[in-house]
Design a protein around this ligand. Sequence first.
Ligand code: ATR
Length: 473
Amino acid sequence: MQATAQIGVTGLAVMGRNLARNFARNGYTVAVHNRTPTRTKALVEEFGHEGAFVAAGTAEEFVAALERPRRLMIMVQAGAATDAVIEEFAPLLEPGDMIIDGGNAHFSDTRRRERSLREQGIHFVGAGVSGGEEGALHGPSIMPGGSPESYASLGPMFETISAKVGGEPCTTHIGTDGAGHFVKMVHNGIEYADMQVIGEAYDLLRQVAGYSPAAIAGIFREWNKGRLDSYLIEITAEVLAHVDAASGKPFVDVVADAAGQKGTGRWTVQTALELGSPVTTIAQATFARAASGQSALRAAYRGLPGGTRWDLTSCEAERFTAQVEQALYASKLIAYDQGWKMILDATEEFGWEIDLGAVAKIWRGGCIIRAAFLDRIRAAYAAEPGLVSLLSDAGFAAEIADAQVPWREVIATATRRGVPVPAFSAALSYYDSLRAGRLPAALTQGQRDYFGAHTYRRVDREGTFHTLWGTTD
Ligand code: ATR
């Protein structure tokens, strides 16, 4: 077989197939391969007219079809399947070749695989690909890790097939080894938080303001014209406006209220615990999905006393709606701030050099959290690349200051009414904890010293101290 393909894609389920088509539609010759050859055949039969595909029946044919240095992209399930495919192909490759894992691998697996393939001179690139099947076909946000040399070769191709915002590609070299998959994981954690705060806003508008799903769809459409303008707000309005054809009821009322998850939110929270990154809003969003699925536990709690009900006048409901917009925006800002800080913490832990402004830039298009807001974050880092927090940016600080009173009032109202707002309140508590002059952590240190002689530091003297508890000095 003649080596004519600039890239090869193995694993032709939905994501792999669409990425292969995206490369081909952009003028690249794409070698395609799948464990079960019928998928390869089907792709070429159905979409062969879209560009230049080379169908490979065997692993050897697939590798032989690739120009050197070879670029081989694997799009199979994360975990054991990815290891199996790497083990199959690595012996067929040469030093300088590249294996790109475009699946949703855990970044620590990517670090392990990169280390082991580096010994053979093979570049292993863990690339986060966001945007689902539509994104894969029409332009995803791509977050590649791996060596700078591999990006020199792959970057132009990724830049060609990625989403564009203002003519700029939604991809960049994130950092070495597992940095790309790490950043993709945090993207998904932020996505969980963003969806949860939107859900809480909806619940408040429904239960406290008393609006119908159709009316709330209208409110979200309005919000989508302002600073909350985003793909998630846009689709929220669509979902809320949707009427179930079978029952004639609002779609949202016929869907079982147990949220699913594929695990990237959980990975974000687990990793955050290991890094000591307090991503409380992301954690609450992840736990909220878990709680929604605890049907026996929910049955045990159902019917227990809650808050006080009262009806709002239409004037009060309008005022409350404006307050919810403020609370939603402030909580979202905190969730994003937590995600960015987690990436910053990871740069120190893993020795990555990640351009935090570039992360915002490549999430402006192609991915689920794409939003005008991300351009604000990009601009904040452009003005001050060393930002520790988004709230160190004068614009964001002013917005949080402006949201103060309504944010607190909304959470107070939710608490009195008994409407759950775990992500809103986690965001506000995070904000209040970090802005506090003194924290009760001082008492925690006293307790630890009392029961475990863990010692403490003092505010007025250098050194480490221990008190002989129970004795008089
Ligand atoms: P999706 O969720 O989009 O269906 P996926 O489940 O993540 O995708 O990936 C499925 C792909 O991984 C398929 O191409 C599958 O190959 P088959 O069509 O032969 O089932 C591929 N895959 C899964 N396990 C594999 C393995 N151990 N070796 C090779 N390919 C494997």
